[in-house]
Design a protein around this ligand. Structure first.
Ligand code: ZN
Length: 77
């Protein structure tokens, strides 16, 4: 149940966008639960940790890249 509007949550995927300094990382197809009323997105602890580790590894290799697009599905194995 949504903490903001008590709406129903539906399992889906989303594009996670993170802005760090002068570049943007987009992780596509991230599993999440989305409120059917207000659109708030919720990530499980597992997914949140995975996102953290993806962001960590990307920051080390992409200092000269301004936009990085990652497909969550290829990183989650
Ligand atoms: Zn809601």
């Amino acid at each position: 149940m949504c903490v903001y509007c008590a709406g129903t949550l539906k399992e889906t995927t989303t594009d996670f966008v993170e802005k760090i300094d002068n570049y943007v990382i987009i992780i596509k197809n991230v599993p999440c639960e989305k409120c059917s009323q207000c659109g708030e997105e919720y990530f499980s602890d597992t997914v949140a940790e995975k996102i953290e580790s993806i962001l960590d590894s990307i920051q080390k290799i992409s200092s000269e890249i301004t936009v990085t697009v990652i497909d969550y599905a290829t990183q989650a194995a």
